[in-house]
Design a protein around this ligand. Structure first.
Ligand SMILES: [Zn+2]
Length: 142
């Protein structure tokens, strides 16, 4: 019997919005050193609205599932509405987490705040990620 419920395992097995967003306007990176989880959150922003999101996670099943759930919650919201999504909303979307995994739900919430900082400062983190990806593509043998 898994410590995770069916809702969480569904997000873990079929993560929504997984993957890098090549044309992102903002990138937020956040890591929780206490359990080794780290998340990259990519946002495509039009006007004041988040039109597309993508994420990459190194982490435990709870980290992957909470990232997936957060991305579902934030898609289509305005930038300010995104800031209102808290750990509790992520936990609700997953129908709860085991106690020792509750801190993992903070990962996406904090990555979103980092992405907002990047956006306000002009999206340089997103641009750097794009440049790195382009460079990696050039050096990949065809
Ligand atoms: Zn974790």
């Amino acid at each position: 019997m898994s410590v995770y419920n069916r809702e969480l395992l569904d997000h873990f097995s079929n993560p929504r919005h997984a993957g890098r967003l090549p044309d992102a306007d903002a990138l937020g990176v956040y890591g929780d050193p206490s359990c080794g989880d780290q998340m990259w959150l990519y946002l495509k922003i039009e006007g004041e609205r988040i039109v597309r999101v993508g994420f990459e996670v190194f982490g435990c099943p709870a980290a992957v599932a909470t990232a997936s759930a957060f991305c579902e919650l934030v898609t289509g919201r305005t930038l300010d509405e995104g800031l209102e999504i808290g750990e509790g909303d992520v936990l609700d979307a997953l129908a709860g987490l085991p106690d020792e995994k509750i801190h993992c739900s903070l990962l996406a919430v904090m990555a979103y705040r980092e992405a907002m900082t990047d956006y306000i400062l002009g999206g340089s983190a997103a641009q750097a990620a794009r440049a790195r990806a382009a460079a990696a593509e050039e050096t990949t043998p065809k």
